[in-house]
Design a protein around this ligand. Sequence first.
Ligand code: NAD
Length: 324
Amino acid sequence: MKNRVTELLGIRYPIVQGGMQWVGRAELAAAVSNAGGLGTLGALTQPTPEDLAREIERCRTMTDQPFGVNVTMLPTVNPPPYERIFDVILAQGIRVVETAGNVPKAVFQRLHAAGVVIVHKCTSVRHALAAEKRGVDIVSIDGFECAGHPGEEDVPGLVLIPAAASALRVPVIASGGIADGRGMAAALSLGAEGVNMGTRFVATREAPVHEDVKQALIAARENDTRLIMRTLRNSSRVLLNPVSEEVLELERRPGGAAFEVLRPLVNGQRGRAALESGDTRNGLIWAGMVAGLIDDIPSCGELIERMVGQCRARLAAAAVLVAG
Ligand code: NAD
């Protein structure tokens, strides 16, 4: 499969693994890159920029294929040392950076000056156009179905992907709502030139999370996610569990709940502990609606080969409709 996305990212298939917090580690990123997609390390998963440098080096011992680093700039409990994180990314010669959130113009300029390809994630056409103006190379457009932060405008991929593809000149990667070759074929038909998947890659053999987290994704249906922190305008899609229910309960109270009240429930360290221990009822498990489409735990290689085969079959089946 060759198009602008595969060319810019130096990959065989236009399939990108989102740089998920606590999950985007070397084991997963290397497996995705070895399978022909783009694996991504999550910069904020590492406690310090020095640890990020070591993780990049560890990833390089597991793959000789390109991989990227995600840097998310959203509200955090402990603001990360972004300047030093970018120092490490550049010093390590990383060629692809996935950015998300409120990224200062100077960051884009610095990455570009070093020849880095920037994939910017956003959740509205308005923000995508602003990012294009600032020179990002690819926009990863994140529909309402997605895990994590879908923004506040609630436009699902079926509308958002073609709207972005029509408005932008740079290539679009479709993110949110994709878990198999059917979703990939649909995204390509809507005008995207690649797909980004997060939740689907959590339920793979190489994902560095407890087996019970993978089983929880298999058990979940498409209506088993919840949007929390909407009252703070920091909406976040997570699995339905006692913690997300408690957050919603607090938010529903008259006057809502200040972040400080929600913090013991939502903080990342608690979610990390749940991912590592498999106690999926005791911390936030970030997941998209595609949890309802996941029913096995393949290797990344099996997943990507199966997706590409299914995508090709779907596109070929659709081509029959225009043959006559
Ligand atoms: P954290 O412990 O810093 O924060 C936990 C959650 O609370 C996050 O959703 C964060 O956005 C939110 N938050 C923190 N401070 C806030 C404030 N003052 N007001 C409102 N909301 C606030 O987060 P973490 O789990 O260690 O993750 C680190 C970063 O990665 C955060 O910015 C988080 O949003 C981001 N993240 C992104 C995704 C995604 O889908 N892109 C998924 C998980 C985490």
